[in-house]
Design a protein around this ligand. Sequence first.
Ligand SMILES: Nc1ncnc2c1ncn2[C@@H]1O[C@H](COP(=O)(O)OP(=O)(O)OP(=O)(O)O)[C@@H](O)[C@H]1O
Ligand SMILES: [Mg+2]
Length: 326
Amino acid sequence: MTPTTSHPLAIAAKGLRKAYGDKTVLDGIDLAVPTGTIFSLLGPNGAGKTTAVKILSTLLTADAGDLRVGGHDLAADPQAVRAAIGVTGQFSAVDGLITGEENMLLMADLHHLSRSEGRRTAAELLDRFELVEAAKKPVSSYSGGMRRRLDIAMTLVGDPRILFLDEPTTGLDPRSRHTMWGIIRELVSGGVTVFLTTQYLEEADELADRIAVLSDGRIAAEGSADELKRLIPGGQVRLRFTDPVAYRSAAVALREVTRDDEALSLRIPSDGSQRELRSILDRLDSAGIEADELTVHTPDLDDVFFALTGGAHLPNQPNQPKETVR
Ligand SMILES: Nc1ncnc2c1ncn2[C@@H]1O[C@H](COP(=O)(O)OP(=O)(O)OP(=O)(O)O)[C@@H](O)[C@H]1O
Ligand SMILES: [Mg+2]
């Protein structure tokens, strides 16, 4: 029985602290990642995400904290932790001078796989990451996305049960990103635990069971994507007009609007429910006004992120309408 089985938490950190000189990067954070789930650490540049990944994956020593990974104490038994995990760093660790396949076989050697097993694993992973065609070419000729895929494929050679992925999809095109999400989901359905950092809130929203937002050395908020979104008040309905006369009449007909006279758009705080939409449409109808566009914006992780990490949160300027009603 692996220690993971008797410890439901794959990753547990209490009071994790790290400073570089007099700059405190992690100011005593707590993390708890249940086995077989995806945990996403979000935070602006320099928040300490990579530092946390490096510490939890034994590449860096913490200043303080009770840290357990795969049921093993990081300080007492880093070797056992290393055997349980795989790490894909933020920056590529592949050797550019040799081919993708040679990189994979090198990893297989490091994991003491037999020659035939190494070849089989390498071939399987190269196929899974759509690198078969590129396998015999030197990595220096790969695109950024291909390198990233090779990076992660190499991490999977040892069949790690706990996977640390530091910005795994940065620089990937949308299709490759979706492929990567599929692979991550597949790993998790096979019982793997994934600790993921990302700059893409959509990615955390899409993948993570739980999300923690790191800001100023602390966890500013933690929860499921839905729980985090609930921290941010209110959605809104946005109406756009091309006719300035219709725009002005609508501004009068509807109460509680925020006007944008230049864009000829109005924003109305709303929960986006059918009843509220109907009431807005009724009022427009009875005033004989037709909007050119109506969109409903519900708070998304971007809003949460900006609100929690001290960025300029502009509740009246939705970045992405979630749903176009008409
Ligand atoms: N070896 C080091 N020596 C001194 N300071 C460091 C070192 N490594 C990181 N830092 C500092 O620690 C802070 C956190 O860095 P870290 O790389 O963990 O951030 P991050 O959240 O991963 O950022 P990014 O989103 O840009 O990858 C930054 O202020 C960084 O400058
Ligand atoms: Mg980083």
